[in-house]
Design a protein around this ligand. Structure first.
Ligand code: PMP
Length: 396
């Protein structure tokens, strides 16, 4: 059957491809250590599940307004005010079908063919594809390891043209857990003043920050930043609710309304009982539930980065957020390991999986071929076992 050019031009998600191959090997009985996962390994906290069960029992099984029930949008507005210092009315908030959908829909609502989007690399694999699907062009800016893979004000200033419609900021980031300091974000906001650039601030990892790291919402930096920013967030990472498909976008009324119109024809509302569970998620026990997971991720991230840095030819900045390490392994490129030519991150990840049964994600689809991504959303035992294998494999 005919497949559209649009669909042909979109590759499957590379993160999902590695996880599938690892699953396939596991099903064959191979003892694979998986560092591919992009989701917390904890279960959804019980108080949230209970709220969904209650909602189902109470008949919350019908359509809601496409943008979500007003009670949830009000609860999100309260959260953004209390935790992020952001004043949004419930009408300025739309509940989407996961954060991925928020990104897709926000770009559909803002971008036109011919527009350029400034995308600092490394970036989450979904951004370039959603930019393309909106008919726009990604202007990829390579960042430096020395600057913890963050775009500098100078790089940003030089990248802006009259075609620039958007800048994507993801802090803490996937794939590296890199987090902009409040001052770094202020400097970026300053560069944008007087321009036409809309900011997508993907804040899905806001709760997972470590050490002295401070999180600040881009829109809270100034009135100018507030007016040009779409704040994206969701329940997947902070509440371990990846399968529930709940994300949200807050921003200027005209764009949120446009997203609502699109959503009313694309998906309609997020699952109704899930919306009630989301209200509960944001309720009283939230802080405690989140802290338990955050503290465990912090322990694992520190350990993983230390172990990676102790391996010759592997350089890994300690993650300040999210649950990923993104080490530079490029000094091993050009080697031949057990008959496998390691020319780049794709060869590296493939050979590591096939020869040492460790699943990592190559950096290439994140726009950074020198690196690989390892998720620490797995047990300390698995991290230890997997890194023993990686170390041994590289020492051959
Ligand atoms: N943004 C970033 C940076 C992510 O890493 C992810 C998940 N991989 C998402 C958004 C979307 O998550 P979800 O669709 O599960 O809400």
């Amino acid at each position: 059957m005919k497949v559209s050019k649009r669909a042909q031009n979109v590759p499957a998600s590379a993160t999902i491809a590695v996880t599938s191959r690892a699953k396939q090997l596991k099903a064959q009985g191979v003892d694979v250590v998986g560092f591919g996962a992009g989701e917390p390994d904890f279960d959804t906290p019980d108080y949230i599940k209970q709220a969904a069960i209650e909602a189902l029992k109470n008949g919350k099984t019908k359509y809601t307004p496409a943008a979500g029930i007003i009670e949830l949008r009000t609860a999100i507005a309260d959260k953004l005010k209390k935790e992020n210092g952001l004043e949004y009315s419930p009408e300025q908030i739309i509940v989407n079908i996961g954060g991925k959908h928020s990104v897709y829909e926000a770009m559909q609502a803002v971008l036109d063919p011919g527009d350029e989007v400034i995308l600092p690399a490394p970036y989450w694999v979904t951004y370039p594809e959603t930019i393309k699907l909106a008919g726009a062009t990604a202007k990829i800016i390579q960042t430096d390891r020395a600057n913890s893979y963050k775009i500098t004000p100078k790089q940003l200033r030089e990248a802006i043209t009259e075609k620039t419609a958007m800048l994507v900021i993801n802090s803490p980031s996937n794939p590296g857990g890199f987090t902009y300091t409040p001052q770094e974000l202020k400097d970026i906001a300053k560069v944008l003043e007087g321009t036409q650039v809309t900011v997508i601030s993907d804040e899905i990892y806001e709760k997972l920050i470590y050490g002295e790291t401070k999180f600040v919402s881009f829109a809270s930096l100034s009135k100018d930043a507030y007016n040009r920013t779409l704040t994206l967030n969701g329940f997947s990472k902070a509440f371990s609710m990846t399968g529930w498909r709940l994300g949200y976008t807050a921003g200027p009324l005209d764009v949120i309304k446009a997203m609502g119109r699109l959503q009313s024809h694309m998906t309609s509302n997020a699952a109704t009982f899930g919306q009630y569970a989301a209200i509960a998620a944001l309720g009283k026990p939230a802080a405690e539930a989140i802290e338990r997971m955050r503290a465990e991720f912090e322990r694992r991230g520190k350990y993983m980065a230390e172990r990676l840095n102790s391996i010759p030819g592997v350089e890994c900045p300690e993650p300040t957020g999210a649950f990923y390490c993104f080490p530079d392994v490029s000094s091993h490129y050009g080697r031949n390991i057990n008959g496998a030519e390691i020319k780049g991150s794709m060869d590296f990840a493939k050979a590591l999986l096939e020869q040492a049964n460790v699943a990592v994600v190559p950096g290439l689809p994140f726009g950074c071929d020198g690196n690989i991504r390892l998720s620490f959303a797995c047990s300390l035992d698995d991290i230890s076992k997997g890194l023993d294998r990686l170390q041994k494999w590289l020492s051959q």
